[in-house]
Design a protein around this ligand. Sequence first.
Ligand SMILES: Nc1nc2c(ncn2[C@@H]2O[C@H](COP(=O)(O)OP(=O)(O)OP(=O)(O)O)[C@@H](O)[C@H]2O)c(=O)[nH]1
Ligand SMILES: [Mg+2]
Length: 337
Amino acid sequence: MNKETKRCKGCGIILQEDNMLQEGYTTSLENDICQRCFRIKNYGEYQVVAKSNEEYLDILKGVGETKDLVLYVTDLLNLEEDILKIREYIKNKIILVLNKKDVLPKSIKEEKLIAYFKENNTFFEEIIVVSVEKNFNIDYLLKRIKNLQTSKNVYVVGHTNAGKSTLINKLIKNYATSNSYELTMSPLPSTTLDTVKIEINEHLTLIDTPGLVDNSSLINYVDSKMLKKISPKKEIKPRTYQLRKGQSIIIEDIVRIDYSNGDKNSFTLFISNDLKVKRFINPKHEDLKEKNKVTYELKYDSDLVINGLGFIKIVNKGTIDVYIDQNISTFIRSSLI
Ligand SMILES: Nc1nc2c(ncn2[C@@H]2O[C@H](COP(=O)(O)OP(=O)(O)OP(=O)(O)O)[C@@H](O)[C@H]2O)c(=O)[nH]1
Ligand SMILES: [Mg+2]
């Protein structure tokens, strides 16, 4: 094979044996994967790579030039603020794949999630809730792919960490007729570095892509220990706090939420069970007040979304002050549940 174009089968990067410090390094071009993928796969040693989103957008534009079916994968706990944006880049048929159902409480029904997204996003061919981890709805997804594909190729796109590579590996495991190499997956952003084609069978080739890096997500601003803590592994047990005006909630040393005005109100936290939450009834304490403050006026049944952490359902009207690192975005939506 041409020396310049052999690519890593784990992350798609061009392999090279000249510079240990650069992407794609391998001890020998005979290898199938780069050293970074080797370390992730064998030792769970993660190495962050900074990806520019221009490359992601170029890839999306390339996808938009085809007529192929697209799977747009998102993480249910970390839904992007504007899911419609994808339409600006691609006019293809899209299946919206809402992944990681396993981390949401079982009481949240699939039908309800689908209805929520159908209300505003009419351009998706289909909306499917899955858990790749638990193999939930993967058979159904494959059935719909078969039905909607316009050629052999089906692209898998979405934000970084949504579970795109994990999904493709599951499809390889469940259905591939020939032996395919497993894609690299990791809890860090930017695991996949370039497109990777995986032939599932003679009728279906999936194309993995690097995810869009959301610079306003908490996952980019915590160390690996905290990253583990904020990424739920198990079903979230929602935690509800009844707050009166002047009281506040603090999650680790990440965010402080002051309930500054309104009647008695209920705050339910959908965040990893491992995170410590404190409730303060004394309005005078100053913890985390040095962080950036954002004020929100709430309507009934809103979610405060903290990008990368999860969301808080707030039942009644009122005013909240949110103190958080200014790089991390927060927003209000009508409640998902
Ligand atoms: N709980 C849960 N975790 C999942 C699921 N699917 C994937 N993950 C985890 O999500 C993290 C990211 O998975 P990847 O497959 O590397 O994500 P990606 O979308 O390919 O990310 P990039 O390559 O960085 O764009 C990993 O830690 C996976 O184990 C799921 O169904 N449930
Ligand atoms: Mg990936």
